[in-house]
Design a protein around this ligand. Sequence first.
Ligand code: UDP
Length: 354
Amino acid sequence: MRVLVVSTPVGALGSGRGGGVEVTAIGLVAGLLARGHQVAVLAAAGSVLAPSCAGAELLTAAGAPQPSWQHRPRSMPIEIPAGALLPRLWDRALEEQGRFDVLLNLAYDWLPFWLTRHTATPVAHLVSMGSVAEAMDEVIASVARWRPRRLAFHTAAQAADFALPAPVIVGNGFDPAAYAFADQAEPVLGWAGRIAPEKGLEDAAWVAQRLGLPLRVWGLREDEAYAAAVEASVPPGTLQWRGFLPTAAFQAELGACQVLLNTPKWNEAFGNVVVEAMACGVPVAAYARGGPGELVVEGENGALAPADDLEALARAVGRAARVSRHRCRQMFERHHSMAAFSERIEAWLEEVVG
Ligand code: UDP
């Protein structure tokens, strides 16, 4: 297939602004290339493709970034700023559509979903979040009524927000070669993600101080005031801020953790960092909510606690620390490798194209 992957309008690939979508794009593109497909990526100007995606053509468009839906009220109307990148990306995608069998949209934005009925080349959408806004629910529901198989979701927990009878679930996928297995851990806990309220860093910080272990934190500081409030909520030294690192450096540090904490306050669609930790051999203690509640299997690759129950999460850390690190890596390779993911994506896109 000839596939045009249209990336997020929130930020350039490699900037971290696009959150998990950036890393998903790498696994998706590299995986499809490895299966012999012809892939082009249309992304924000300044985007850099990972070396594993070198076989893909990169097209770019410049413009004002799109605000993320998850930080706005549910009832917010659709917003497209002056000079916006989003319509420019889709102008270009429509100009180029004749060269492709399918356009694969990674953006959680109204415009590409609305366009679904009106393109000559079929558009398929990999939905990156659960329900966060009424206007998005409506446009996703209208695609679901017309062509439900044009939509794919990362987990069943995420898809449940949209109440489709039989949603396409594709999981996610990462390059096993990009994550080194680490047999030995230091006496530290880890947490990774965008530093933003929906990610619940404050709960992980509380658990770390409760257990008397430092918490290493990786990720983009999306909300400075929130980061400062979390820092102030625990004794100095509890949090070790490591900043936002490129995958190679991030995974090298991540492997040193005894356990990764994952504490989402929203219906996390997947939870890339959960699986990336497992790839390094790091078990995960998570809330039984959203994607992480589905990815973590008690006693196999980590431990679960009821959502928002801090004491239970502290106990889950103890159980997770006793899980075999080899088993974590094994489960990652079986279910969440780029190869397994791209097979699922290929089957889905073939159905869309066919
Ligand atoms: N990440 C990174 N460097 C860091 C911290 C995080 O590249 O220092 C990446 C991480 O690999 C993950 C993404 O940021 O793929 C966050 O994705 P996730 O699905 O966990 O959350 P999202 O940001 O999409 O809500």
